[in-house]
Design a protein around this ligand. Sequence first.
Ligand SMILES: O=C(O)C(=O)C[C@H](O)[C@@H](O)CO
Length: 257
Amino acid sequence: MTMPQNRFKSRLLAGELQWGLWSSLASPVAAEALSLTGFDWMLFDTEHSPVEIAALQPILQAAATGTASAVARPAWNDKVLIKRLLDIGIQTLLVPFVETAAEAEAAVRATRYPPDGVRGVAGATRASRYGTVPNYLQEANAEICVLVQIETAQAMARLEEIAAVEGVDGVFIGPSDLSASMGHLGNPGHPEVQEAIRAAAQRIIAAGKVPGILATRAEDALRYRDWGYRFVAAGVDTGLLVGSARALLQTVSARPL
Ligand SMILES: O=C(O)C(=O)C[C@H](O)[C@@H](O)CO
């Protein structure tokens, strides 16, 4: 086997727009089906989804059927959680709650083998295609993509120093937590939050990194794209499922016998 190439990273660094889908369903069937819908990437969340590492591997195997590159979010910026995601084949990580340059540096180091970092060395894992990639240990670092998540006002204030960290490829804004941190819990659409999100895209670009974000409605996703965001999760699978079911019920139940 040859080294798996990180298509998400090469497209990110080429400045291409990549549409994503956020997955919280924690289901191999959903992952397989949704990976075939044409999105460029899918985010598999382990922070707020009921899924542990043993269940995530078959989800990633199912998702590999389709076209979407797999991105995973560890539950925390923790080198053990990150190592376990890397071992099951994740090459792109969205690291939550990064508030300082030191935390961003720690996230990058967690993804790199020594001497560049502290990633533990494993033998035959899914990452190395069970040991069939001959130069996996030598080539792995280059294919890793680190996205750090900015989701507090404190992190926003330090955006430039976080983005400047070597090895950080993209900076992702979390609108829900950011709005909570700014005193607007549950209201990411608040003008103050939206202005911070608009400005953040330009600040990230000025720092030489690629901005990304999560939207839950198409109109938000398109506005973020127009503001400069280049990896945009346009929706969440749980929301799409429940939303479609409710709309269907509303349609049929609105027509009496
Ligand atoms: O702050 C945010 O926005 C996020 O981190 C995303 C949330 O975890 C959630 O909306 C994902 O379903």
